[in-house]
Design a protein around this ligand. Structure first.
Ligand code: SF4
Length: 411
């Protein structure tokens, strides 16, 4: 990706512009060192909580929060309209709120959560990767991508990750902390504002394609294992899908929850009544290899993860995606494609789709992407078994592929 040379104009709400002096980095509590191979971290290190934000709260909680500040409850709806529906960037735009009330509400319920560190462009400006600093100095990323007829943002749900997949840069650095629902949602709102400003290049040349669109898809494939931060992740999903002005009014069908296979989290997600798409990062069909590639497999095996994915399909009716990063001479053998095909078809037909992804290698890693011919054979064996299979687009160095893949180039 190339460094972004023309930063966005300064908004007064939400992220500050990179054209203004950035605040001094906030040094948070010491972060534990990198995990040892195979170590899993479920408990996020204790750090100062991010400031409370409107997007952390359900609509009824917003009303209570506004009343607790001494204002009329209906102000909560006005504030939600400004944040979720109008995407306002400056409190001055909230002209229906008297100034003293506005100042009060903005200070308490719309604190800045993300400070831009750097933006990089790829794919002729159709992909923008944003690196953000959180209130305590933790760093996360999000990536915005324009495709024909859709705009997708890949969001982070944790600073770092405790799942320790050895091929993933994020996992190697360990878990810094869980993000709040507000911090997750703010990545999407910031992207929506950026789109409205026309800063994401258009796809194709037609006016329709080049005009700003809404963010249509959100994928939880940035930093972190979202199901290990369940409460905030489901809170964010509710804010994304609640109809405006209570939320962004997105379709659940446009949201992808990626997981390495936290079985209780998958089962819980199935009961929420929000049929998002589940993406299971499998990467190996056998326990021996998956124990190494995806250490959570020592807790929940391949079969247990696939059973949970199938249950998710049964409850929600949503076809599950299996993500499979193809790693040269490690997991790309013909017999593994056949084993994967058997494991999927033995559970039923039509419930699953496989997305092989050429590995985006971490600098210094011993692993690299499979050769294209091997990749194609892997795909064909799965298709021969009757499994719909599509090689993932490698936009912006494979940032739309699987969780953690985008973290390799954080700097
Ligand atoms: S691949 Fe995903 S789950 Fe595994 S360490 Fe990286 S971010 Fe975490």
């Amino acid at each position: 990706m190339t460094d972004r040379s023309a930063p966005a104009p300064a908004p007064a709400l939400g992220p500050a512009s990179t054209s203004q002096p950035l605040p001094e980095p906030v040094v948070g509590p010491p972060v534990p060192g990198p995990p040892v191979p195979g170590q899993l971290t479920f408990q996020a290190p204790r750090r100062g909580k991010p400031p409370r934000h409107l997007a952390d709260l359900a609509p009824a909680e917003r009303t209570e929060a506004v009343q607790a500040l001494g204002h009329k409850g209906f102000r909560a709806k006005q504030l939600s309209t400004h944040y979720f529906e109008r995407l306002v960037e400056s409190p001055a735009e909230m002209t229906d709120l008297p100034k003293t009330i506005r100042d009060d509400l903005v200070r308490d319920l719309l604190p800045p959560l993300l400070t831009p560190v750097v933006q990089r462009l790829a794919d002729d400006g159709r992909t923008i990767k944003s690196v953000w600093r959180l209130h305590d100095g933790a760093i996360v990323e999000s990536v915005l991508m324009r495709y024909p007829h859709r705009v997708t943002i890949c969001v982070s749900s944790q600073a770092g990750c405790g799942m320790n997949c050895p091929f993933c840069a994020t996992g190697q650095a360990g878990l810094t902390r869980n993000m709040s629902a507000g911090e997750i949602v703010e990545q999407v709102v910031s992207a929506a504002r950026l789109l409205r400003r026309g800063e994401l290049a258009g796809e194709g040349s037609s006016d329709e394609a080049a005009s700003p669109l809404r963010v249509s898809n959100v994928v939880f494939m940035g930093m972190g294992e979202a199901l290990a931060n369940y409460k905030a992740a489901i809170g964010a999903i509710r804010r994304l899908t609640d109809p405006a002005p209570d939320g962004l009014g997105m379709s659940a069908r446009g949201i992808v929850m990626s997981t390495v296979g936290l079985v209780p989290g998958i089962d819980k997600l199935a009961t929420e009544g929000i049929p998002v798409t589940l993406a299971l990062s499998l990467h190996a069909p056998d326990d021996e290899l998956r124990n190494e590639l995806v250490p959570i497999n020592t807790r929940w095996s391949v079969d247990e993860a696939l059973d949970a994915a199938y249950r998710y399909y049964e409850v929600t009716g949503r076809r599950v995606s299996i993500e499979y990063a193809l790693i040269k001479d490690i997991n790309d053998q013909a017999w593994r494609a056949e084993l994967l095909g058997r494991k999927l078809t033995s559970r039923g037909r039509g419930w699953v789709h496989v997305n092989p992804i050429p590995l985006n290698p971490t600098p210094g890693s011993k692993w690299t992407a499979s050769r294209p011919g091997v990749e194609q054979q892997f795909v064909e064996r799965l298709r021969a078994a009757g499994i719909p299979t599509t090689i993932r687009d490698t936009r912006g160095q494979d940032i739309d592929g699987a969780c953690g893949q985008l973290a390799a180039s954080t700097a």
